[in-house]
Design a protein around this ligand. Structure first.
Ligand SMILES: [Fe+2]
Ligand SMILES: [Fe+2]
Length: 152
């Protein structure tokens, strides 16, 4: 399975301590995005490199702080989290893992159009879409408990 080398890292598992939306952790959110991106790729026959999709999805929100906590030392621009966190995630990911250019593009551009520069590869477009879709579902399902998306 792609991403095993990331999921087995102790540091990566700290994402379980941070909430992304509602009661969904950053760890769970990244897995939702990875599964959804594979589903989109296969359904639409886009021919994306699945290893890049999975690894890019797992690391796209690797910013490693609670973005709801304005006092968190790394959270220097709490109100502008949407603009700043792709760059922070990329910096952290490059430090901890060897990344392909596609994986870097996925992480850096996943918040497009906030990032202004659009994605350069189809893998980054797919993650951009999967992230927005997953985030919307996670936010909408806040009151109903954890989401149970069937990605099969
Ligand atoms: Fe993000
Ligand atoms: Fe995300």
């Amino acid at each position: 399975m792609y991403g095993e080398e990331i999921l087995s890292c102790e540091k990566y598992n700290t994402l379980k301590n941070y909430i992304q939306h509602g009661n969904v952790t950053v760890y769970e959110h990244c897995i939702h995005v990875a599964l959804l991106s594979i589903r989109i790729n296969r359904k639409l026959g886009l021919g994306c490199k699945e290893r890049d999709l999975v690894r890019g999805a797992l690391l796209h929100d690797y910013f490693l702080y609670d973005w709801h906590d304005a006092e968190a030392p790394v959270n220097t621009h709490p109100k502008l989290h949407g603009f700043y966190h792709p760059g922070i995630a990329l910096k952290n990911a490059v430090k901890d893992y060897p990344l392909t250019e596609r994986e870097k593009d996925i992480i850096a551009k996943h918040m497009w159009p906030l990032t202004v520069k659009p994605p350069r590869c189809r893998e980054a477009w797919v993650i951009c879409l999967a992230d927005k879709y997953s985030s919307t579902l996670e936010t909408l399902k806040i009151r109903k408990g954890k989401i149970g998306i069937n990605y099969a």
